[in-house]
Design a binder for this molecule. Structure first.
Ligand code: G3H
Ligand code: 13P
Ligand code: ZN
Ligand code: NA
Length: 311
């Protein structure tokens, strides 16, 4: 059923796990994610970025998620706006079938972030929709806004209580060393999330659901398939899975994953074309991409999120 994340976050918080928030851009991705969630009896968040809404047309994405709910009525699903740029974008989603929105004003001042997030929360709550906001800035690409790695700012735990109290948002994304995309860390380094900041944030906000963006792990077996079949991905490195699992045991209730799904889709399609140079039926190669996306989502649910068998 299409629901808000309120109940799922409560259960995830007390159960010591997190819900996967996977980005959707087309039918096959929606199918891969929701089929995996149904097989493993896990709730799931389907999230659409502004780029996705532009690429697919938001109406298609809403209807695809409605179809997934009709096919898997037992699976609690959230349709979430990822990185909403402003009130108008959030309002459009609230008015058109989304059950959750993110207002991302993290690159604006603390005061502006509070004001825009408060406005979105007020409108969303009047319409039965929940809101995620963000404090701190992730390295990498936040939709259109590119943030230099050295300017990446960890969330300041001293700000979180005031922010949550003044805005009334339902969950908070924080910056503890994750970043967007497939090139998160320098090769040869030992990537470490600031789990100490997470612990301090959760001490200030007892019971409050925390969100991690930029949480792809960039599985090297898929990078390898891509590079062995004509691809050229150099030094793609992600967040170690054990650190995400650790975060999910604590206050983190939502973990965002997009890049890993892109790698799976690309690996399946590249492998298919090399093995079958005579094929030109999109169902054959996109179908192979869809298989890998489903495998990756299943792996996350079982080994990273811990949300298997929680429906
Ligand atoms: O946070 C970014 C997500 O991976 C979505 O990326 O804006 O290219 O759709 P996108
Ligand atoms: P990744 O690029 O690590 O998959 O992060 C996705 C994300 O945070 C979407 O909001
Ligand atoms: Zn993100
Ligand atoms: Na958790």
């Amino acid at each position: 059923a299409l629901v808000t994340s309120t109940e799922m976050f409560k259960k995830a918080y007390t159960g010591g796990y997190a819900i996967g928030a996977f980005n959707i851009n087309n039918m096959e991705i929606v199918q891969a994610i929701t089929d995996a969630a149904a097989e493993l009896k896990s709730p799931v968040i389907l999230q659409a970025s502004q780029g996705a809404r532009k690429y697919a047309n938001s109406v298609y994405l809403v209807k695809l998620v409605e179809a997934a709910n009709e096919i898997h009525p037992e699976v609690p699903m959230v349709l979430h706006l990822d990185h909403g740029a402003d009130f108008a974008t959030c309002k459009d989603c609230i008015d058109n079938g989304f059950t959750s929105v993110m207002i991302d004003y993290s690159s604006h001042s603390f005061e502006e972030n509070i004001e825009e997030s408060r406005k979105v929360a007020e409108y969303a709550h009047e319409h039965g929709v929940v809101v995620e906001a963000e404090l701190g800035t992730l390295a990498g690409i936040e939709d259109a806004v590119s943030v230099d790695a050295d300017k990446a700012m960890f969330t300041d735990p001293d700000q979180v209580e005031e922010f949550v109290n003044k805005t009334g948002v339902d969950s908070l994304a924080i910056a503890i060393g994750t970043s967007h995309g497939a090139y998160k860390f320098k090769p040869g380094t030992n990537p470490k999330l600031r789990l100490d900041i997470l612990a301090e944030v959760s001490r200030r906000l007892p019971g409050f659901p925390i969100v991690l963006h930029g949480s792809s792990s960039v599985p090297q077996e898929y990078v390898k398939i891509i590079n062995e079949h004509g691809g050229k991905l150099k030094d793609a490195i992600g967040v170690p899975e054990d650190q995400l699992r650790e975060a999910a045991r604590g206050a983190v209730c939502k973990i965002n994953i997009d890049s890993d799904l892109r790698l799976g889709m690309t690996a399946g399609i590249r492998e298919h074309f090399v093995a079958n140079p005579d094929h030109f039926d999109p169902r054959q190669y996109i179908g192979d991409g869809r298989k890998y996306v489903k495998d990756i989502v299943a792996h996350k649910i079982k080994n990273v999120l811990g949300s298997e068998n929680t429906i």
